[in-house]
Design a protein around this ligand. Sequence first.
Ligand code: NDP
Ligand code: 2IT
Length: 444
Amino acid sequence: MSYVDEIIEQVIKQNPAEPEFHQAVKEVLESLRVVVDANEEKFRRDALLERIVNPERQFKFRVPWVDDKGQVHVNTGYRVQFNSAIGPYKGGLRLHPSVNLGIIKFLGFEQIFKNSLTGLPIGGGKGGSDFDPKGKSDREIMAFCQSFMTELCKYIGADTDVPAGDIGTGAREIGYMFGQYKRIRGVYEGVLTGKGLSYGGSLARTEATGYGLLYLTAEMLKCNGETIEGKTVAVSGAGNVAIYAIQKAQQLGAKVVTASDSTGWVYDPDGIDVAALKEIKEVNRARLTEYKKYRPNSEYHEGKGVWTVKVDIALPCATQNELDLEDAKTLVANGVLAVCEGANMPTTLEATEYFQKNGVYFVPGKAANAGGVATSALEMSQNSERLSWSFEEVDSKLKGIMVNLFHNIDNAAKKYGFEGNYVVGANIAGFEKVVDAMTAQGIV
Ligand code: NDP
Ligand code: 2IT
C-alpha cells in the first residue's frame, strides 16, 4: 500500500467519528501523492505524514457559566495546537452548537497549509466551543467568554498561540476574551487578533477575508482571460466573510444576487443591499427574513437553495459541506464559470471533483479565504512594533498577498503537471514550506 493510503487508513482508524477531519486529511494527502511518492523513502523514515496529521497538542476543557435566570450551563471548550513549524499557532475560535473535536481538528489541519500559503510566519491551530451564541444576552455572552478564557489563557500567548474569530466569534466576543486574558495574565499583548481598533486591532481585519476572497478571484479570472466585472454572483452566508465578499464583489463591478443564513436565503434580482445586510446581521443580530422589509423586490426562501440560482460565480461563505454534488450539478447545468471558497471546506469532495471534471475554475478555501488570517498576521506585526497602519496600507498589503498566493498555487500546479488544478497547487505549495521547516528542525 502507498504511504498516502496507509496514513489515510490510519487517520480513520485512530480518529473514529471525526468525518470532517477524515475529509480534510483525504483532500490534502490525495493532492500530495505526487510529492510523497517522489520522496517516499525519506518521508517514511522521518514519519513525516504521521507527524503532519497528529496535532502537537490538544486541549479539551469544561466551560461553566451562569445565564440571566441564575441557571448554570456547562459547555466544552477546545484548542488544538496543530503545527508550529513555521510560527506560533494561529487560527480562529468557533462558537457553534455543532462544534466537536473532529471539526476543530479539520479546521486546525486546514489552517496549517492556509497559513503557510500566506507567506507569513504563522503555524496552524484552531479552537472553539459548542456554545450557541444565538439568542443570548450581552451579559450571557460575556459570562461565557470570560469562563472560556479563564481556562484558555493558560495555553496561549502573543508568541505561542494567537486565536481570532470564526463562526460565532466576532468583535464583541474577542473584546470580552481579551479583557479576561489581560485581567488574569496581567499582560497587555497581542494575544488575539480581530481586536477592536481602540485596543490594538488592525484596520481592514474586519473586511479582510471577504475582500481577500475577491482579490484572489479577480486575479484568477484575469489569468484565465476572464474578468469579474459584469458577472452575476451567488454568495452563501450572511456573516463576516459573506458581507465583505459581497461588498468587494460589488466594488469590482459584479452583481451579487443571494445571501443566506442557517434558516433561509434571499434572492435580490437588483443586487444585495449591503447596508441592509449589515444592519440586520451586525447591528440587530436578526434573521434574514428581515431583508424583505428593506428590499420589497427581493424573495425570501426557507431552507437551502442559494445554488439553484443561475450565476457565473459561486462563493460559498457559510460553513463546511454546504455545497454538495447535487448543488454542483445544478450550478454546472446553469453554466457556472468559477467557484471560490470563502468558508472552510464548504464544498464536498464529490462536488469538488464534479466542478474540476466539468472545467469550472475551483479555488479551495485554504487559498481563497487566507486573507483573513494573513491580515491577522499583519495585526500581530503592528502589535509587536506598537504602531498601527492605515486602512490603505493594510488593504494594499492584503491585495499583494492574495495576488502572490494565487500565482504560487498556480505555479505549483503547473510544476507538478496539474495545470489549472488549484486544489493540488494549494496543497503542495502550502505543504512544501511546512515540510522544509519541519525537516530543518529535526524530529520534534
Ligand atoms: P459568521 O458567524 O460571521 O457567519 C456565519 C454565517 O454562516 C452566518 O450567516 C450563519 O448563519 C451561516 N451558518 C453558520 N453555520 C451554518 C450552518 N450549519 N448551516 C447554515 N448556515 C450556517 O462566521 P464567518 O463569516 O466568520 O465564517 C464563515 C465561514 O468562513 C466559516 O467556514 C469560517 O470558518 C470561514 N472563515 C472565516 C474567517 C474569518 O476571518 N472570520 C477567515 C477564513 C475563513 P446564522 O447567522 O443563521 O448562524
Ligand atoms: O479560518 C480562518 O482562517 C479564520 N477563522 C481566521 C483565523 C485568524 O487567525 O485570523
